[in-house]
Design a protein around this ligand. Structure first.
Ligand SMILES: [Zn+2]
Length: 169
């Protein structure tokens, strides 16, 4: 096992979004790798379909295999929020979740036809690249769900990296 690769240091809850201050412990984990994404896809099957504004395309899939680790955390947290909402609405099959079109990094969770869909947006930027500090911003429908989504995303990401390091030291 390795120490946590990514750590949430502080979370600020605003009226329209949560802002997580995160730190990547070591430079070797500052960016994602193809094998890390492959390892996460079974638990986060919609990751690559998320709408995302980036230099390479319109989906997170365009950059997922080589982007900052905090950016990956953002999209995992968004997927956890969509999942939590779907669970709360009562089991919606994965295939019925739809991807939003738009100009920000976001993912739209489809709900029952009578309920307007919630759209989650996120944004990630390094605040201190040398110290590997970043801000991850997430919109939310329920702040407690957003906090849990971030916490679970960090836990799953750290577990996947630890497993990778144990398998390919
Ligand atoms: Zn993105």
């Amino acid at each position: 096992m390795t120490d946590s690769a990514i750590r949430i240091i502080h979370i600020t809850v605003k009226s329209d979004r949560v802002i997580a201050q995160v730190e990547v412990a070591d430079e070797r984990h500052a960016y994602t790798t193809p094998s890390l994404i492959t390892a996460l896809l079974p638990a986060y099957p919609h990751l690559l379909e998320h709408a995302c504004v980036n230099g390479c395309g319109t989906t997170f899939g365009a950059v997922a295999r080589r982007t900052s680790l905090p950016h990956l955390l953002e999209h995992m947290a968004i997927e956890n929020q969509v999942r939590a909402e779907a669970d709360a609405e009562g089991a919606i099959p994965n295939g019925q979740r739809t991807q939003a079109q738009g100009d920000e990094s976001h993912y739209q969770g489809a709900r029952g036809a009578a309920v307007s869909p919630a759209t989650y947006m996120g944004k990630t930027r390094w605040t201190d690249r040398a110290r590997r500090m970043a801000h991850v911003e997430l919109s939310y429908a329920d702040d407690l769900v957003a906090l849990a989504a971030l916490r679970d995303a960090a836990r799953d990401l750290n577990a996947a990296i630890a497993l990778e390091e144990a398998t390919h030291p």
